[in-house]
Ligand binder design. Structure first.
Ligand SMILES: Cc1ncc(COP(=O)(O)O)c(C=O)c1O
Length: 390
């Protein structure tokens, strides 16, 4: 991995320390160039003609994502963001009154809202598995709940929006396979950051976004659906002429592949932008990105934990590149001002971003740092020096 080349490819990192990839990361220049070129063609020829001329390139989207998560292109659908992908997956589960969803305390806020909305409509139950004292999912309890309640769906967030937690996606996958339960994984914060292999995880659905650790454009994402989902004929509740053929006045036929989860209209400029971002990551190699990130964030955690009064809000036995912190007797605004003055880009997480995992700590708002592979050790040192001087 050539960090100098990667930084040259990332104009957004020339004049600042950008440490907010869990929010919306910096796109490599090739992504912006590809999208601009595509839009200029649309300016000249109109969108339909460009899509026709660039059909081959558009189809690369599916193979590039398939390479990223180890599946076939037929298992991939383009989505407008992670929540869109997630909602389409959820809508394909044939819930009935009295069914149950098993999730965790750390599932993403919008997912929890979607479960509550389903509960309102179908009178389903939502069960949240217990955590161990360290924050990990209590796997034994998880299996006990599955045996007892026979949930229709298990829904887990791989890496929650804060707290550094990495949930045990593979272990959960093994349990779901034993009990033949649909398994939906929110991988919004994990794709691009770790090796995410759907074969190893064994999920039926995986939702992801483009703009975070994948470094793609906003308004993009994707949904993975397993062969089992396809062969059992699951389909999203609202399906259009892309997902199905209208073959008779009262009949439609769904697509054989995951395109049944797509809608006809989409921004192809954004799709080719995300393809380029994923190609960029695949070319470097997710293994290398993961190894680099692990060292980077270890340095950040070690240096921050030496600062008197600073509390890392880490949870779990395996930690991600998302780090939330508090400093005793310091208001959030003081930390924010110091970071802004030093041109450090970060984000703030509030309890409304993850009400369940924040509630145990009685925390309202915290600073969230999320370094990625274009960051350097010396940037980490500046960040820790600035925070240490508050
Ligand atoms: C864990 C997790 N899941 C899902 C989402 C939603 O992603 P999107 O805004 O692309 O729908 C987020 C966004 O921050 C997230 O952190």
């Amino acid at each position: 991995m050539n960090i100098d080349v990667i930084r040259q490819d990332t104009p957004g990192c020339y004049d600042k320390i950008f440490i907010n990839s869990a929010g919306s990361s910096l796109m490599p220049n090739v992504v912006v160039e590809k999208m601009t070129e595509y839009l200029h063609e649309e300016e000249q020829l109109g969108g339909y003609e460009v899509a026709r001329l660039r059909e081959k390139e558009i189809n690369k989207f599916y193979s590039e994502i398939a390479k990223l998560i180890n599946c076939n292109p037929e298992n991939i659908a383009f989505a407008y963001n992670a929540t869109d992908a997630y909602a389409k997956a959820l809508s394909s589960i044939p819930f009935k009154k009295g069914d149950c969803i098993l999730t965790t305390n750390d599932d993403y806020i919008s997912n929890q809202i979607a479960f509550l909305s389903l509960k309102k409509r179908f009178d389903i139950a939502i069960i949240r598995a217990n955590n161990l004292a360290n924050g990990d999912i209590d796997i034994e309890d998880f299996e006990r709940i599955i045996k007892k309640h026979n949930p229709v769906l298990v829904a887990i967030t791989h890496i929650p929006t804060n707290s550094g937690l990495v949930q045990q996606a593979e272990e959960i996958g093994k349990i779901c396979a034993r009990y033949d339960t649909w398994y939906l994984l929110d991988a919004c914060q994990s794709v691009g950051q770790l090796i995410v292999d759907v074969e190893k995880i064994g999920c039926d659905f995986l939702s992801a976004t483009g703009r975070k650790f994948l470094r793609g454009p906003r308004g993009t994402g994707f949904l993975y659906v397993s062969d089992k989902v396809l062969s059992k004929g699951l389909e999203p509740l609202f399906i259009d002429m892309r997902g199905a053929d209208f073959i008779n006045f009262d009949e439609y036929k769904i697509q054989k592949n995951a395109k049944r989860f797509e809608l006809w209209e989409m921004s192809y400029a954004s799709l080719v932008g995300l393809t380029e971002a994923v190609r960029y990551a695949n070319n470097i190699g997710l293994g290398k990105i993961f190894e680099y990130n692990k060292k980077l964030v270890k340095r950040l955690r070690e240096k921050l934990s030496q600062i008197p009064g600073l509390r890392l809000l880490d949870r779990g036995s395996e930690l991600s590149n998302i780090l939330t912190l508090k400093i005793d007797r310091r208001e959030l605004i003081e930390i924010e001002n110091a970071l802004k003055d030093a041109k450090i880009f970060y984000s703030v997480s509030t309890k409304y971003n993850s009400i369940t995992d924040f509630s145990s700590d009685k925390i309202e708002r915290v600073v969230r740092l999320s370094p990625h592979y274009f960051n350097t050790d010396s940037e980490i040192d500046v960040v820790t020096r600035v925070i240490g001087s508050i």
